[in-house]
Design a protein around this ligand. Structure first.
Ligand SMILES: [Zn+2]
Length: 462
């Protein structure tokens, strides 16, 4: 066992490392390297904050509860409304081609006029959104036609791909793996409630109201000399509510009301279009009202890390709030004998091996937000030895060397292998020597940190 003389071996180390990277990159491919990491990850499902809502009744009251939570805890809340006309669906009561063409050409303009009548609203962090966010869905379970509830997915342990639960068909669509597919809970629930548009309480629900649309039309129609707007009929075909919520925190991320309706505009034409007289134009349109929520918080770039004694690492905290640079992050370590952390998130190990929890926190609008990272301080190698110092082989024979680390509980037992002369003996990255031709050479093992090495003399006979 020797302490490495860097100058003497630098050239070899550089060449070896380059070869390893080259072989690693070409032979394995980045996707496979990721897959190996994916296999190591063990799945422990976290408990939801609220028991899984299952019946229609439980789901609607869960939805009301998470909306109330957003109203009370006041995350950044934004709303916007979108109106889109399906131009292929436009038809008119007179079967008049000119009128149809005019309506198709006016569709964009109508969308713009309607959307400009919809106001985008924002309530900043800590501000009340009660003036534009409904207090709840205002629906009863009887209003629900059906519910789509996305809460699971499959994780492929071969290619680390995520597969939608609904799309799953016996094997991984990406790599064809049949065996190691793990059913997991997503952090988010995605719930789509399909509402019966003819149900009694639908009219009183939190869906955008027809009157708003009608008043936008009426206002604009009064300014055109060609027609007078009489009234709008809205025959709602589908009404859906989409909710995306983090099941671990009950923090809602998206709330969307979406209706698809056949609209009938009843118009009275004047002046150069007076021959059209009374006419109606029908079209299908989608009306979408969406609320998005951004919750304040702090997130670390890692929640678990292993570091070797003597090495340095840095943790990064990302703040979600009005002005992240304005706030100070306070760092602390649960065991300062093992690892300490400075005000920038730099970790420093000490003489003691073991685990320590690093906490980063900041205070925003009077509330504290935090995240933690579990640090394992590992035992570094202090030397490496081989099970054989010299070996005799015949061409074609092979032998696998074993690297023995000092101390025996060294955490990082990764090492690199190389040979002085591969025409005599080749060595792979598991330490397997293959005798290639007559002669004498030496094979080496180097520890991952490059600090220690050991060698074995190889003599190949005919
Ligand atoms: Zn796969």
């Amino acid at each position: 066992m020797k302490k490495l003389d860097f100058k003497k071996h630098l050239y070899k180390i550089v060449v070896t490392v380059l070869i390893i990277f080259f072989i690693g990159g070409v032979g394995m491919g980045a996707a496979n390297i990721l897959a190996i990491e994916g296999v190591r990850e063990l799945y422990t499902p976290d408990e939801p904050l609220t028991p899984l809502p299952e019946t229609n009744e439980e789901i609607t009251s869960y939805a009301d509860m998470i909306i109330t939570k957003a109203l009370n805890e006041k995350p950044l809340t934004q709303s916007k409304e979108k109106y889109s006309i399906d131009t292929d669906s436009i038809e008119n009561s007179l079967d008049n081609n000119r009128l149809n063409c005019a309506a198709v050409m006016a569709a964009d303009e109508i969308e713009n006029i309607i959307e400009s009548g919809y106001e985008e609203k924002t309530a900043g962090y800590g501000e009340s959104s009660a003036s534009f966010l409904p207090a709840g869905l205002m629906l009863s379970s009887g209003d629900i036609e059906s519910i789509d509830f996305k809460r699971m997915y499959y994780k492929c342990s071969m290619c680390a791909d995520s597969i939608d639960y609904e799309d799953f068909d016996e094997k991984c669509p990406k790599c064809g793996n049949l065996n190691s597919l793990e059913l997991r809970y997503s952090d988010n629930y995605e719930i789509t409630l399909h509402i019966k548009p003819d149900s009694a309480s639908f009219k009183n629900s939190s869906f955008p109201k027809t009157e708003k649309l009608e008043s936008v039309f009426a206002q604009n129609a009064s300014s055109t000399p060609y027609y007078t707007f009489k009234y709008l009929e809205k025959d709602i075909k589908t009404a859906d509510i989409y909710i995306k919520v983090n099941r671990l925190t009950d923090k809602i991320e998206t709330l969307r009301f979406e209706t698809v309706a056949q609209n009938t505009l009843n118009l009275y034409f004047d002046n150069e279009y007076s021959e059209l007289n009374d006419a109606s134009v029908k079209y299908i349109a989608k009306d979408k009202l969406e609320y998005t929520f951004t919750w304040p918080g702090l997130k670390l770039n890692s929640n678990e890390k292993t570091i070797e004694l003597g090495s340095t690492e840095v943790l990064k905290a990302t703040l979600t709030c009005d002005d992240p640079v304005k706030y100070d992050v306070v760092w602390s370590s649960s065991d300062e004998n093992t690892v300490t952390v400075d005000e920038e998130g730099y970790l420093k190990t000490h003489k003691v091996f073991g685990d320590s929890v690093i906490t980063a926190k900041f205070v925003f609008n009077g509330k504290e937000y935090s995240d933690t990272c579990l640090i394992h301080v590992g035992v570094p190698a202090e030397g490496v030895d081989l099970d054989k110092g010299r070996i005799k082989l015949n061409t074609g024979d092979s032998y696998t060397l074993t690297a023995e680390f000092d101390p025996s509980d060294t955490t990082n037992t990764k090492c690199f292998w190389f040979t002085e002369n591969e025409k005599i003996a080749e060595i792979d990255q598991s330490g397997k020597i293959t005798a290639k031709g007559k002669g004498k050479t030496t094979v080496y093992v180097i520890t991952d940190d490059g600090n220690y090495y050991s060698s074995c003399k190889v003599e190949v006979n005919k």
